[in-house]
Design a protein around this ligand. Structure first.
Ligand SMILES: [Fe+2]
Length: 436
């Protein structure tokens, strides 16, 4: 039974169900705690006055404890208020101007810089993981600088870094996953109208979200196939290890530690380590949780084929309201598009290509990098086609449309190589000459 009680009336043996305060304000690792020693009590008394919620079925009771239902109602009201705040803050977001900020530099121009930023980030992550493994503190200053470069790139063009976040190789999975989660999170954060200072916290937290894995045996992290229950419990500790490592780092704000701790929490409370629910993981935890799952699902591992982006996105959509916050899922899909960058598609012209960037004003009509002509013959020079273009003979119709998504494993083109390749924008006539 849940009861509310003043901190000064707490006794050893009581079970704290909720500290009734943000996680960063108390020193305990989880929001639930069995009070076992006078030291636990001292720590709580030092935090100050106030009330916590105890569970009398799991621990001691007291005549000072009161109002079971009100206590639960209060938790629910707090969650509702949080959700309401997200909605009202969304009303204040000018999505168009946020998107406009990401269109200042043409895709091709930004892609060159984005490649450098991606490569620098990969080097940083590799060094960071090696150093932390040796017991050296996280280099907060370099991490912040790298994330600032990522943010600047995304502000110049939303799709350049995003198109590179498709790059995945077996050997560098962990580093690339951290960069990809940061790029996806920053894109979603920007789409939700998160401001620049907060974007920096989100990005640094996302880059470092899995740093706790350095303290897990490598063989377990890389284990091909499902984990035994005991192994899974061990892997789950990377969230708390990560939070501790981030808190120890100089020049890294505490908000970033919460990202490492909360990125495996789920909307319905089915996550770990604290089984938080609703808005409790905080907006950074919710954003990175989505980005983490989406990137992992779309990556080839030694034991599983990665899903195609649009199939992974469909899964994420199905999980809206259970594993993920429905509004965040909605924003994530708006941000990535119905056909995310990397989706292989067939056009009604018969040509085959890969979605290379979004048109956020028309998410069904992205840019497609055409790589095969109507006869299935690969083009020497890939051509970028804007599906928003009207038919030149009938301006009420579109020139080309997506008719189906294809399984890239059944097509001879490599999506990653195609996205990395230089391409040219195709005027209608030019495309016909090349195909003809
Ligand atoms: Fe993780």
């Amino acid at each position: 039974m849940l009861k509310k009680i003043s901190v000064k009336h707490l006794k050893i043996g009581m079970f704290i169900h909720d500290f009734n305060m943000p996680w960063m304000k108390h020193p305990f690792l989880t929001n639930k705690k069995q009070l076992k020693s006078p030291k636990d009590l001292d720590i709580l008394l030092n935090i100050g006055e106030g009330e916590v919620i105890i569970d009398t079925e799991k621990g001691g009771d007291s005549s000072h404890a009161y109002a079971i239902e009100e206590a639960q109602k209060e938790i629910d009201a707090r969650l509702q208020e949080d959700i309401k705040n997200v909605k009202s803050s969304e009303l204040g977001v000018d999505a168009e101007s946020a998107d406009a900020k990401g269109r200042e530099v043409p895709f091709e121009e930004e892609l060159r810089k984005a490649r450098e930023i991606y490569s620098e980030s990969r080097q940083l992550l590799k060094k960071l993981f090696e150093e932390v493994r040796l017991g050296v503190n996280i280099d907060g200053v370099r991490t912040r600088r790298t994330v600032e470069n990522m943010i600047a790139s995304i502000f110049r063009n939303r799709d350049a870094l995003l198109s590179l976040a498709r790059i995945k190789s077996f050997h560098e999975y962990t580093y690339q996953h951290c960069i990809n989660v940061a790029v996806l999170s920053l894109n979603l954060g920007m789409h939700m109208g998160i401001l620049q200072d907060e974007l920096l916290y989100l990005g640094v937290g996302a880059v470092l979200h899995d740093i706790g894995k350095v303290l897990i045996p490598q063989a377990l992290v890389d284990k091909p196939g499902p984990l035994e229950p005991g192994e899974y419990e061990l892997v789950k500790t990377h969230a708390a290890h990560g939070a501790r490592l981030v808190l120890q780092a100089a020049s890294v704000p505490d908000e970033c530690a919460a990202v490492a701790l909360n990125h495996h929490e789920r909307y319905n409370g089915a996550g770990y380590p604290r089984k938080l629910s609703g808005m409790e993981p905080g907006k950074f935890g919710l954003i990175t949780g989505l980005a983490d799952v989406y990137d992992a699902m779309t990556t080839n591992r030694s034991y599983q084929e990665g899903m195609q982006p649009h199939i992974a996105l469909k899964k994420v959509y199905e999980w809206g309201g259970t594993l993920f916050h429905p509004i965040y899922v909605q924003k994530f899909i708006q941000c990535l598009g119905i056909y995310p960058v990397g989706s292989m598609v067939k056009l009604d012209s018969g040509e085959v290509g890969v979605v290379c960037r979004q048109n956020r004003d028309q998410i069904l009509r992205p840019w497609v990098r055409v790589a095969m002509d109507v006869n299935g013959k690969p083009l020497i020079q890939p051509l970028d086609v804007d599906l928003r273009k009207p038919d030149k003979n009938d301006f009420k119709k579109f020139s080309k449309s997506i008719i189906e998504t294809l399984d890239p494993r059944k097509v001879i083109i490599s999506v990653d190589k195609l996205l990395e390749k230089e391409s040219v924008e195709a005027p209608e006539e030019e495309l016909k000459v090349v195909i003809g």
